[in-house]
Ligand binder design. Structure first.
Ligand SMILES: [Zn+2]
Length: 496
């Protein structure tokens, strides 16, 4: 009898380690893992699952707590077998932010070199949990790592104010698909959305639409709100990159502080996007108090956001007012600048010096290339890919977000999910050694057309699933019909 038991155990073990074809076992993980091998048998995840991990590491503890919350509330059997182990192994042969996930009859192990990798392994494991209540997770080996380090989404919370709770929900959604940057467009002509203690009128006045536009929703984030968003994002291994627009897209400031504009005229905050280069006013580049103001603002912003990069906008700066402004023309003369394009470059370089002095780096839209790029600046290439190619060619870091594939305010007729999925962030034109400057890509969700949460969600999903996979998965193993299948399975599970 004893021998028989041993024999059957042996047979079982052999069977469990025999790879089976992928088609026999269906999983829906997004983004698609780099490699998966399946084996016969399942681990049964239950409410009684026990977790083993290094309790002394707070980041691992947070990830473990998050997973145990899923186990607690999930539709799972009360009893199961086996243990789950989360392991950090500095010596393991795993790529940065990668993980190894092993599922066997009696044990699930996630191994990573750093907490971020462990977190991503847990996100995959969460997507493996079935919704039929069986708790059965197929035996497998998953070896996974991201293709790009910048996997982002920009939410425009200026044109339409997005409540804190909505932003927190987006952090969950980004984390589930292993995205790691949330870029918040905090200021624009349509409203200043972040509390700055030194200039209270920015939120008291500049966050509010003019009374001639009734029915508009006003709002801003207090510094306490921002701290909460940033901390919640950090728990989910997401960096929040703040954007404070300058020198254009800044007329909302003049509703309270007209002295910082070229004309000195008081403006009104209007709720619609007029289009590029049509606002009459701009921050005065000839006035030193404008720089003091922006440095004060950025000082508070930098204290709130620990991100390596601080976004200063820099796009679509209308030059008409600068051309007529005596102070701006004086600045051009004194600094030996050629024209208003170089004045824009002067503005950005001066801000860069300040940001660098605080130990941070500047990133801006690709217009900051015009008139010469600031020394250490990174570029977000949006008007196509040429800005990205040019900046990377000069040895500057680049985040790709071309309108052709990454503008999620565009309709699905213009930019289908399949088109997003076909994107490759490294342009073909970029020579091999320069491709390292492409940090990754991000989707941009401007909110001048879609202005309700439901409308914004419909613009972002399912396209964001496609972009998440573009940024994570090896291009050779991408397959659109397969992605569609996984999207429908996952969204069914999550009741999106
Ligand atoms: Zn001026």
């Amino acid at each position: 009898m004893k021998n028989l038991t041993l024999l059957s155990l042996l047979i079982l073990l052999v069977a469990c380690n025999k790879p089976v074809p992928a088609g026999m076992r269906e999983i829906a993980v997004i983004p698609k893992p780099q490699t998966v091998s399946f084996y016969q048998g399942d681990f049964v995840l239950s409410h009684a699952a026990t977790l083993k991990f290094d309790q002394s590491d707070i980041k691992i503890k947070e990830t473990s707590d998050q997973f145990m919350e899923v186990v607690k509330i999930g539709q799972l059997p009360d009893k199961g077998r086996g243990t789950i182990e989360f392991k950090i192994d500095n010596q393991a042969d795993i790529k940065p932010s990668g993980y190894l996930l092993t599922v066997r009859l009696n044990k699930i192990t996630i191994t990573a070199k750093e907490p971020a990798g462990l977190f991503y392994g847990v996100q995959s494991l969460r997507q493996l949990i079935p919704t039929d209540g069986s708790g059965k997770i197929p035996n497998l080996d998953m070896a996974d790592f991201p293709a790009f380090g910048w996997r982002g989404l920009m939410l425009d919370c200026s044109r339409t104010f997005l409540p804190k709770e909505y932003v927190l929900k987006y952090i969950d959604r980004l984390a589930a698909i292993k995205m790691n940057v949330l870029h918040l467009h905090l200021t624009d002509d349509q409203g200043w959305r972040i509390e700055i203690k030194k200039y209270p009128a920015l939120t008291q006045i500049c966050s509010k639409f003019d009374p001639q536009y009734p029915g508009e929703v006003n709002g801003f984030y207090t510094q306490e709100d921002i701290r909460e968003i940033v901390a919640y994002a950090a728990k989910n291994f997401i960096t929040v990159v703040p954007e404070i627009e300058m020198p254009g897209h800044s007329t909302e400031i003049f509703a309270a502080y007209p002295q910082f504009s070229c004309t000195g005229k008081k403006s009104v905050v209007f709720p619609f996007f007029k289009g590029p280069d049509v606002t009459e006013d701009i921050l005065c580049a000839g006035n030193d108090s404008v720089f003091t103001f922006m440095e004060d603002v950025l000082s508070e912003v930098i204290t709130l956001f620990p991100s390596e990069y601080i976004h200063i906008g820099g796009d679509e700066a209308p030059k008409a007012a600068w051309k007529k402004c005596p102070e701006c023309q004086d600045r051009i003369k004194k600094e030996g600048l050629k024209d208003e394009a170089e004045l824009q470059s002067y503005f950005i370089r001066r801000m860069e010096k300040f940001i660098n002095s605080k130990g941070r780096k500047l990133i801006g839209w690709d217009e900051i290339l015009e008139g010469g790029l600031a020394e250490n600046a990174a570029v977000m290439s949006w008007r196509g890919i040429q800005g990205g190619i040019q900046a990377a060619g000069q040895g500057h870091n680049v985040v790709m977000s071309p309108t052709s594939h990454c503008y999620f305010d565009y309709s699905y007729e213009t930019t289908s999910t399949e088109k997003v999925y076909s994107y490759n962030p490294v342009p073909r034109e970029l020579a091999g050694d320069k491709s390292k400057y492409i940090l990754g890509a991000q989707a941009n969700m401007w909110t001048h057309i879609a202005r309700t949460e439901a409308a914004i969600d419909a613009q972002v999903f399912p396209r964001l699933y496609a972009l998440a996979e573009v940024l994570w998965t090896n291009p050779a193993s991408r397959n659109y019909p397969d992605l569609e299948k996984r999207i429908s399975k996952l969204t069914r599970n999550e009741n999106h």
